[in-house]
Design a protein around this ligand. Structure first.
Ligand SMILES: NC(=O)c1ccc[n+]([C@@H]2O[C@H](COP(=O)([O-])OP(=O)(O)OC[C@H]3O[C@@H](n4cnc5c(N)ncnc54)[C@H](O)[C@@H]3O)[C@@H](O)[C@H]2O)c1
Ligand SMILES: O=C/C=C/C=C(\O)C(=O)O
Length: 486
């Protein structure tokens, strides 16, 4: 069993109050970790350490040395790859191949990409005319924003936390991280990595605990936290934005989605079925970019539904390390209650259940885990809560459409605007539709294909701001203009 403490000023420390909480495995509900529960005192210590570190050894490093250090962080993550995989599997219960091939390698990549960006991106410069004919030169200088509060979710814990810590440190900031109470393990392991490679004390801090009236809220309300970056539910973003208003602190939010998949009759059907299968069911549907609304052009509707059903019914459930397992449980019993309430709602609203709709029979200990069946519905009205609200589970509703215009209108009929995926072999159509779907990220004939240099984020209630590539620099630095009169 893991014993998880806070990581403050380079040391693993328990809470002064002695308070702890338990983390249970999603797979069989057994306790996997005992975690120190942070309060105001631990947040104060972590923020003070982070503030202090802004002015010491860390600030004195040249950009080159800082970049080298972040490459060493990435290399050490790679050296300890198996420890990260095992820890993240214990937290999330997701199959090992997803950890090995997608989520954990991204942790290392998140440090490398931003180290390279800060080293290679030039600043802006403008020459201006002046009445005396001599002119002036303007140039921008980026400086760190200060102490960054990082509030992270549970669905891809290491990927999403490092997606923020990487650029924050690359830009010279210090961080106080609050991992989700559901998934504290890899943020803690990263503390060991930081110490091993010699990242100065206080640069990376972790306080464990909960959200409201706990470590999460205390970080977002702390006057010495200069900016807050958050990934999680839109409702939580609303609370954090209110907290950040005090002191006019900047926020960057990546939040919920109710993403549409649009499948045209001229698509490559096998690829479209594979793609929608992944986008709806990877990580047991717990991906912000996942597809919960699928719109399929009428001539291929029946064929598409039948093919997706076959694929879904072929998943193998089991322990993350078992051979051939490609489908895990939901993160917690509590989240399962939420997802099952939507399964019930779908029934009440008159859905046809193409497959799933309940809880699978699991053998032995696994019966105690938070398993749900992957589920496909048809025939729901677009007004149903099942179509309008983010479920964050392994499920999708499929509806036919008759024209490009109708598909775009259906896709846009949402309070969210995170991502969409379009399936067509007609490139002109792909460009046309992509330009009109009101989301931050559009994939054509693919899904979750990530170039980390690109802008990532959501429109409408799915987010504020963009991270990724140079866009992260906008948030993690303060741009100052220097004007020199010649
Ligand atoms: N857009 C994206 O890039 C993206 C990526 C992944 C997940 N998500 C979204 O995240 C959600 C799932 O994650 P979750 O359930 O962990 O989200 P959540 O909002 O419940 O929790 C996220 C984090 O916020 C903390 N928190 C909760 N209330 C808080 C408060 N009042 N003040 C400060 N911190 C608080 C939690 O403890 C946790 O660490 C889904 O809605 C999903 O769409 C979005
Ligand atoms: O579940 C959400 C996944 C988000 C992915 C990213 O933030 C990313 O790939 O950078």
């Amino acid at each position: 069993m893991y014993q998880i403490e806070h990581f403050i000023n380079g040391e693993f420390v328990a809470s002064g109050s002695g308070k702890r909480f338990e983390k249970r495995s999603p797979v069989d509900n057994k306790v996997v970790a005992s975690i120190s529960e942070g309060g105001q005192a631990e947040v104060d210590l972590a923020v003070a350490a982070a503030k202090n570190a802004l002015n010491g050894e860390w600030a004195a490093l040249s950009t080159n040395d800082r970049v080298e250090l972040l490459h060493e962080v990435a290399d050490e993550i790679t050296r300890r790859f198996d420890d990260f995989v095992v820890a993240e599997m214990a937290d999330t219960g997701q199959p090992s191949h997803v950890m090995r091939h997608a989520f954990i390698p991204r942790g290392a990549a998140n440090f490398k990409i931003f180290a390279d960006i800060v080293k290679n991106i030039p600043t802006e410069a403008f020459h201006m005319d002046t009445p005396d004919g001599l002119g002036a030169l303007n140039y921008g200088v980026r400086s760190p924003k200060g102490v960054i509060g990082v509030i992270a979710p549970w669905n891809a814990p290491f990927l999403l936390m490092t997606w923020k810590v990487g650029p924050a440190l690359a830009c010279g900031n210090t961080v106080v991280v609050k991992p989700s109470e559901e998934t504290p393990l890899t943020a803690t392991l990263l503390g060991e990595v930081m110490n091993k490679v010699g990242v100065p004390k206080g640069v990376y801090n972790v306080v464990n605990g909960f959200g409201p009236e706990s470590a999460g809220e205390f970080i977002t309300r702390h006057k010495d936290v200069d900016a807050i970056t958050f990934t999680g539910e839109t409702r939580t973003g609303t609370a954090i934005m209110k907290a950040a208003a005090e002191g006019i602190r900047d926020v960057s939010f990546e939040m919920g989605g109710k993403n549409a998949g649009i499948v045209f009759a001229d698509c490559n059907l096998n690829n479209a079925v594979d793609g929608i299968f992944r986008s709806s069911f990877l990580n047991t549907g717990q991906v912000c970019l996942g597809t919960e609304r699928v719109y399929v052009e009428r001539p291929i509707f029946d064929q598409f539904v039948a093919a997706l059903k076959d694929k879904v019914e072929s998943v193998t459930l089991g322990r993350p390390t078992d051979q051939g397992v490609n489908y895990g449980p939901l993160i917690s019993q509590e989240h399962r209650k939420k997802v099952l309430a939507y399964y019930e709602k779908a029934r009440e609203d008159g859905a046809t259940i193409v497959t799933g709709g309940g809880v699978p029979d699991m053998p032995g200990d696994l019966a105690e885990g938070s398993w749900v069946q992957p589920t496909i519905w048809t025939d729901l009205p677009e007004t149903s809560a099942v179509i309008q609200e983010e479920i964050f589970g392994p499920c999708c509703h499929i509806r036919p459409f008759d024209s490009e215009q109708e598909a775009i209108e259906l896709a846009n009929d949402s309070d969210y605007g995170l991502s969409t995926t379009i399936w067509t072999e007609n490139l002109a159509r792909a460009h046309r539709v992509a330009a009109r779907v009101d989301v931050g990220i559009t994939w054509v004939n693919s899904w979750f294909l990530r170039d980390l240099r690109t802008a990532f984020g959501g429109s409408k209630q799915s987010g504020i701001g963009r991270e990724g590539g140079v866009h992260s620099l906008e948030f993690y630095t303060e741009m100052r203009n220097v004007c020199i009169k010649m």
